[in-house]
Design a protein around this ligand. Structure first.
Ligand code: AMP
Ligand code: GLY
Length: 425
């Protein structure tokens, strides 16, 4: 069958790589793709805001499944438009994508379904937000309600910082995303990324992963989309996984179904593992980036079959097999990231790096200029290693990184530190 993958980051390269190994696949298209994806798929230019254009493409190319990678097209209702035209797609409807599109929506759902999460207040009025702030302790977390590309969260340690964050939201720093504000209790603990395929009624947990959100070594500096990840996450024991499925994922799936907006696709729970158990920080309605890169390295089953079972609502008959190996990915980012990245610098040595055993290099923001490979985004390459342990996977990834010659970029030297702490290095 022919498949159209929407997106052009490292997550989509990893998905394209896994899909291209499927015996069910005839031809893979990707819109827009990138220089790495072009090695396993035909990259095409499609205006993703023009749903009719996407539908026409699918009809002309006989697309049997559209896999939607990023959240923006889901929140904009691309899935609904495809579905109305009888085209099968992987991902939630616009109504179900509110789990990512509105933090306040998710907090209210947690309250209604008794799902453990930080205490909170929702405000569309600046004065009300500030008087709530005055009644709370510190640190405190201020979030723009809507999609803000990961930039709409402030963890304030002083009252002045908290008030400034509220002011920033209401004065339009995040556009419409900040017209409503969620203020929530600060949760202390270790973060983990939890993924479950959901077909509306059934949920199937995927392997666990942890990422590194801060730009600098030692988890310092600005927040990013993720500077590296590894799988499995030692903190996600089988008991912890059962607890998250029972107390967080399944009540969400049941509530969404009961409201007439069943969730189909992959539900990505950002968790804080606190002293009193796992709590939901937020939902995303898509695969994580760069968590997907390490999950795909460990997935032994056919990804395409899993996506089809999810889209067709037959997950209850389905299971996934994972390698016992660990995987670890290091993000190479362009200088300037997470601010405006320097674009167009040349990257050399990727072919040599690919020859390092147990390594895959996923492209995130690259393009070709003839034979030259150029940086074309903030996060640019995901150098991913596999090994019997996280330490071995890390060693493979860093051995490959040493072969890459790119003065225009940088990477963290300590990916995996939490998993390796107190273990043999
Ligand atoms: P979010 O965009 O909601 O995932 O928030 C971005 C990051 O802010 C999370 O990955 C956490 O590291 C941090 N964060 C968000 N909410 C909280 C909270 N209530 N307590 C502590 N840290 C938080
Ligand atoms: N790595 C976190 C995310 O995909 O949002």
């Amino acid at each position: 069958m022919n498949v159209l993958l929407i997106g052009g980051g490292g997550r989509e390269h990893a998905i394209a790589w896994a899909l291209s190994a499927s015996p069910l696949l005839s031809k893979l298209y990707c819109a827009p793709g990138n220089a790495g994806i072009a090695e396993v798929a035909e990259c095409i230019a499609l205006d993703l805001n023009d749903h009719q254009a996407v539908i026409r493409f699918c009809q002309e190319m006989d697309i049997a499944l559209v896999m939607i990678g990023p959240e923006a097209p889901l929140v904009a209702g691309l899935g609904d438009a495809l579905g109305e035209s009888g085209i099968r797609y992987f991902g939630p409807t616009k109504a179900a994508a509110r789990l990512e599109g509105s933090k306040g929506f998710t907090k209210d759902l947690c309250r209604d379904a008794n799902i453990p999460t930080a205490a909170y207040g929702r405000f569309s009025d600046r004065d009300a937000a500030k008087s709530y702030l005055a009644s709370q302790g510190l640190p405190i977390v201020i979030k723009a309600d809507g999609l803000a590309a990961g930039k709409g969260v402030v963890i304030a340690t002083t009252r002045a910082e908290a008030e400034a964050a509220v002011d920033a939201c209401f004065s339009g720093t995040f556009g419409a995303a900040g017209s409503e504000v969620v203020i929530e209790e600060f949760l202390d603990g270790e973060e983990a990324s939890f993924f479950a395929l959901c077909d509306g009624t059934t949920a199937l947990a995927l392997a666990s992963a942890q990422d590194h959100k801060r730009v600098g070594d030692g988890d310092t500096g600005l927040n990013t989309g993720g500077m590296g990840a590894y799988s499995p996450a030692p903190i996600m024991t089988p008991e912890m996984t059962d607890c998250v499925m029972r107390d967080i994922i399944m009540p969400t799936i049941r509530t969404m179904a009961a409201r007439g907006t069943p969730f189909r696709g992959v539900l990505f729970a950002g968790l804080m593992i606190t002293a009193s158990g796992p709590k939901l920080i937020e939902y995303n309605v898509r695969f994580g980036d760069p968590e997907t890169q390490v999950l795909m390295m460990r997935l032994k089953s056919d990804l395409l079959a899993a996506l089809l079972a999810t889209a067709d609502g037959v997950l209850s008959n389905f299971d996934l097999r994972w390698s016992d190996d660990a995987a670890l990915t290091v993000v190479m980012a362009a200088n300037g990231y997470p601010g405006p990245p320097l674009k167009g610098t040349e990257i050399k040595g990727v072919e040599a790096a690919k020859l390092v055993p147990n390594v895959e290099i996923f492209h995130a923001g690259t393009r070709r200029d003839g034979v030259r490979l150029l940086a074309d985004g903030g996060r640019v390459l995901n150098v991913t290693g596999r090994g019997r342990t996280i330490a071995e996977a890390r060693d493979a990834a860093y051995a490959a990184l040493a072969k890459i010659d790119w003065p225009g970029g940088f990477y963290r030297k300590d990916i995996g530190w939490r998993a390796l702490k107190n273990r043999e290095l």
